[in-house]
Design a protein around this ligand. Structure first.
Ligand SMILES: C[S@@+](CC[C@H](N)C(=O)[O-])C[C@H]1O[C@@H](n2cnc3c(N)ncnc32)[C@H](O)[C@@H]1O
Length: 209
């Protein structure tokens, strides 16, 4: 599907697939996207791990779901704060990750509305931003992610292609972030895009406003 379709459709999606949709989905069944066993998801997770830059320690994972990928991050010794709008998903993640002690913090929160607490080396948003709205809402999120990041922190974005390109490009506008790496991975299930961005100093952003 081409991006002129997504440009029109993305602003409508949160009205159809909002917080209540996700809570209902998780209550209906565990692991609704089969993250634990689908080889496509496993491959995507491996590639996402491979895209993590060296030196990163504290990660904010947006849309952490039941913690399947979160656990991969924890196994690497990283410190993770996982946020998800579904309380049921967060409760399941808490059970799954109970053995990781203070390496993990899990919060039920709406990233578009609730405040982000803390400062991070990297913000990860995988398969979540296309649920959150069109350009205006994503620009607000871009500012929120910048604020949550330390200087020269990273933003790692993973979304299906081509819609992902529309979203990832928006985060680079106004010199908010610069691209470190970007790859499209063709896949019979769904092509996807992994983009690693780095925060640029605030002065460059405010100079342009
Ligand atoms: C398709 S899943 C992706 C899960 C995970 N990032 C992954 O790739 O394995 C999208 C997740 O985003 C969460 N989500 C949706 N809207 C959200 C919001 N406004 N704030 C926080 N999380 C949200 C959903 O509850 C769901 O768990």
């Amino acid at each position: 599907m081409e991006n002129h379709f997504w440009r029109m459709f993305n602003p409508i999606i949160p009205h159809i697939l909002g917080p209540r949709h996700f809570e209902k989905l998780y209550r209906k069944r565990k692991d609704p996207w089969n993250y634990q066993a689908n080889p496509f998801e496993t491959e995507k997770y491996e590639r996402t791990l491979a895209a993590l830059p060296h030196g990163v320690k504290q990660i904010l994972e947006v849309g952490a779901s039941e913690g399947v990928f979160t656990e991969m991050l924890l196994k690497r010794g990283l410190q993770v704060t996982g946020v998800d709008v579904s309380l049921t998903a967060i409760e399941r993640a808490k059970k799954r990750l109970a053995g990781y002690g203070d390496q993990i913090a899990l919060l039920a929160a709406d990233i578009t509305k609730d405040e982000v607490v803390g400062t991070y080396d990297l913000v990860l948003a995988a398969e979540v931003l296309y649920y959150l709205g069109g350009r205006d809402r994503l620009i607000k999120l871009r500012d929120k992610f910048r604020e949550a990041l330390r200087d020269e922190g990273y933003l790692l974005l993973v979304h299906f292609y081509p819609n992902g390109k529309l979203i990832h490009d928006l985060f680079q506008e106004e010199d908010a972030f610069r691209v470190v790496s970007e790859h499209v991975y063709p896949h019979p299930e769904r092509d996807y895009l992994i983009t690693l961005l780095r925060k640029l100093p605030s002065s460059r952003v405010s100079d342009q406003r």
